[in-house]
Design a protein around this ligand. Structure first.
Ligand SMILES: Cc1ncc(COP(=O)(O)O)c(C=O)c1O
Length: 379
């Protein structure tokens, strides 16, 4: 029996009904969407619309036509950054970003886009006011993660959103580690766009992501991918309307069916339910770590974090510790988690940490089992 604590990489198990919904589509529906009008094509189209509406309810967003399905979180961020930024533009990110944000920006830097990082402290905590000295006349975007995939710290996105709104700077959110785990209100945060993967806290399959864009911002983003949409087929231009403008080519329809089943489950339980469960387990984990000679990288303040727990086995090799954990059935992720800048901020570069990431199906027994194993290795 193993204890799965790698939900930051991908959630497991998936929500009840995800596999069945995907199988139902493949075996019993099978039709493409937006191309034909027969019954099964309409059935699939209705599931797509229903899923967009579910996402509107989840993120308090108004318009299902501005909910775009993407091949994943990374694809969504690339679409936004590369479709919006131009030579001479300046972007503000944080020092905690994942490479899904940084690698497209490094590519764009070669084309004349500049960026600055809001510095976070050694616990991965950033202060919203530290954005102020970074703002320049050519600052065209603020793009940050909601929670760190390394140590779980939450960025002060409400305050950052308020600063952006006052100055009319578009604000986009990487919700990879919070969607489904932590409440997100698109309107309250004053977001211009949000990206999330289907396969982490949204409890759906891999290969499907979502991108929500407000009306104004969507007009200023050039689609990265162009092709057939099944609409406006008399023209070789992309249609101007949404969501078609950003959904060229046949999409991952089995993925949408799986995501639909997962969202049904999440909306029925409510995100607050998942947050409360993870809060309780994270607190138990952090309390348990206190008498073990390892370093917790990241804050102990539960109000400022999610259930992604970074442990540095000081005096031991973290990769060996992760291997020893695996031998005891505890599944984690060691290394640098595609986030070198975050590890430099936390003082865990280049040794990395062992990351324990909780999910909706994690239990107190899982936490206790992990703590026991950590104690054995650290001894
Ligand atoms: C904060 C953050 N952003 C972006 C990503 C990229 O997500 P994906 O690999 O699903 O495209 C991840 C994945 O770990 C992440 O944790």
């Amino acid at each position: 029996m193993s204890i799965y604590l790698d939900n930051g990489a991908t959630s497991y198990p998936k929500a009840p009904g995800v596999g069945e919904a995907m199988l139902d589509y493949v075996n019993n529906v099978g039709a493409n969407v937006n191309r034909s009008t027969y019954a099964t094509a309409s059935t699939a189209a209705m599931i797509l619309l229903d899923t967009r509406e579910q996402l509107c309810r989840l993120f308090n967003f108004d318009d299902p036509t501005h909910v775009i399905f993407t091949p994943g979180m990374t694809a969504g961020l690339n679409m936004l950054l590369k479709g919006y930024l131009k030579a001479g533009d300046h972007v503000i990110v944080s020092s905690m970003e994942h490479n899904a944000m940084m690698r497209p920006l490094i590519q764009l830097e070669k084309e004349g886009v500049e960026f600055s990082r809001i510095p976070a402290d050694r616990d991965g905590i950033a202060r919203a006011e530290d954005i102020l000295p970074l703002i320049r006349p050519n600052t065209k975007l603020v793009a940050v993660m909601h929670a760190s995939n390394v140590c779980g710290s939450l960025l002060p996105v409400k305050e950052i959103g308020a600063i952006c709104r006052e100055r009319n700077i578009p604000f986009i959110l990487d919700a990879a580690q919070t969607a489904g785990h932590y409440p997100i209100d698109f309107k309250e945060l004053g977001l211009s766009a949000l990206c999330a993967p289907g396969h982490k806290g949204l409890l759906g399959p891999q290969g499907i992501g979502v991108m929500l864009m407000d009306h104004e911002f969507a007009k200023s983003v050039e689609p990265l991918i162009a092709g057939g949409t099944g609409s406006a087929s008399d023209s070789e231009e992309l249609p101007p309307y949404m969501p078609d403008r950003f959904e060229s080519g046949t999409m991952n329809i089995p993925g949408v069916y799986g995501l639909n089943a997962a969202l049904t489950y999440i909306l029925e339980k409510g995100v607050d339910h998942f947050r409360a469960h993870e809060e309780k387990l994270t607190q138990r984990f952090l309390d348990g770590l206190k008498d073990i000679p390892v370093r917790l990288a990241g804050t102990e303040d539960m109000a400022k974090r999610v259930g992604v727990i970074a442990v540095d086995f000081t005096g031991h090799d973290n990769a060996e510790a992760a291997f020893a954990l695996e031998q005891m059935g505890i599944l984690t992720r060691c290394g640098l988690h595609c986030a070198p800048s975050a590890h430099k901020t936390l003082g865990t570069f280049p040794q990395g940490v062992v990351r324990f990431s909780l999910g909706y199906a994690s239990t107190e027994a899982d936490v206790d089992g992990a703590l026991e194993a950590i104690r054995t290795i650290a001894r």
